[in-house]
Design a protein around this ligand. Sequence first.
Ligand SMILES: Cc1cc2nc3c(=O)[nH]c(=O)nc-3n(C[C@H](O)[C@H](O)[C@H](O)COP(=O)(O)OP(=O)(O)OC[C@H]3O[C@@H](n4cnc5c(N)ncnc54)[C@H](O)[C@@H]3O)c2cc1C
Length: 361
Amino acid sequence: MSYDAAVIGGGVIGLSCAYRLARNGKKVVVLERGTIREGASWASGGMIRPVTEFEGNRAFFDLCCESARMYPGFVKEVERDSGIAVEYDATGSILVASNKDEEFQLLEKYQFAKSNGIAARILSEGEARRKEPELNMPLRIALYMPSDNQVNNRLLLKALKAAAERNGAAIIEHCHVTSILSSGGRHELVAKQGSFACEHLIHCEGAWAAEHAGAAVKPIRGQMIRFSIKGIAIKHIISHHPIYLIPRKDATLVAGSTVEDVGFDARVTETAMQHLYEQAIALIPALAECTVVERWAGLRPLSATGIPYIGTIREHEHLAAGHYRNGILLAPITAKIIAEAVITGKQHPSFSPMHLEQVMA
Ligand SMILES: Cc1cc2nc3c(=O)[nH]c(=O)nc-3n(C[C@H](O)[C@H](O)[C@H](O)COP(=O)(O)OP(=O)(O)OC[C@H]3O[C@@H](n4cnc5c(N)ncnc54)[C@H](O)[C@@H]3O)c2cc1C
């Protein structure tokens, strides 16, 4: 079989790119060595928080904001094409500070949000408790970010797969690409199932992007636990750096996460689980009465520059990897940039040849 585009990797980035290309009439195949549950995207928290995650790179922040603005339209399209609701929700965040340093950092974030026209409000301890009565930790101030959103990342993956398939894309799971033969601007991807010829090759292998694309991307483990919180009302995402609590619509709450440089080891550890559990209870004591219903870990793809590379790397060969802590947030803009690169050959101005050199180093 020959395709206009073949995508390696069935995480949120690969599926979003495939969906966007299929919507544009391209004949697309996604090759995923496990299932769509395999990678970081399934393990994720699904938060869409450009300011909260901001770490200093202005161009990257602008890209995150653009993607966050695209989210409502992206979700509407994916839900319509798949028939699956993805629980995109304006949850809002409450970030808390319990000491002077944390207070200073929150005030800086507040100023940054305001200077960028993003809604933010400083709350006293009493105001924070009125918004979130179960929050019961001594705090100096809190920062309320009403425009922080979340999406149920697992439903989003299912919906993207269904939406891409309904637009004609083939999603082949349990299909490990073991080698790639490229010549004259065409590619042949080899897997146990056979070989797949394509005009455009799109690397979306997440933390595994070094193997075939040659990108300097490495895995950073994040561990998570889920509580069943029936009968306890928690309305907002609550963060006390580096811990966050995300209330879901199914009466569960996800608590995360660790940041560990331990190679391709996606196991959970008792030490991290205990730490997350204790930190979650320090924020919301009522969680001590709740049952832990799931524990898991995922590997975030971290590039050499700390930000992703999204664009063409060789003739008819494209890379969308290194999304680190923001792959769910960046899915809509990534898919748009890759679709433009495939269809028109246009490169996004955020991704210069110098950036490419650093990411491929
Ligand atoms: C604990 C945790 C919490 C997070 N929270 C958030 C959050 O709140 N908000 C946010 O925006 N982001 C968050 N992230 C980050 C986000 O999940 C990632 O940036 C994103 O999922 C990366 O998507 P991806 O498609 O590039 O990679 P992945 O989802 O890892 O997908 C890559 C896929 O490629 C496949 N693959 C690799 N090599 C091959 C091959 N040779 N052949 C076939 N298939 C192959 C893998 O099996 C895998 O399924 C979080 C991540 C973690 C781990």
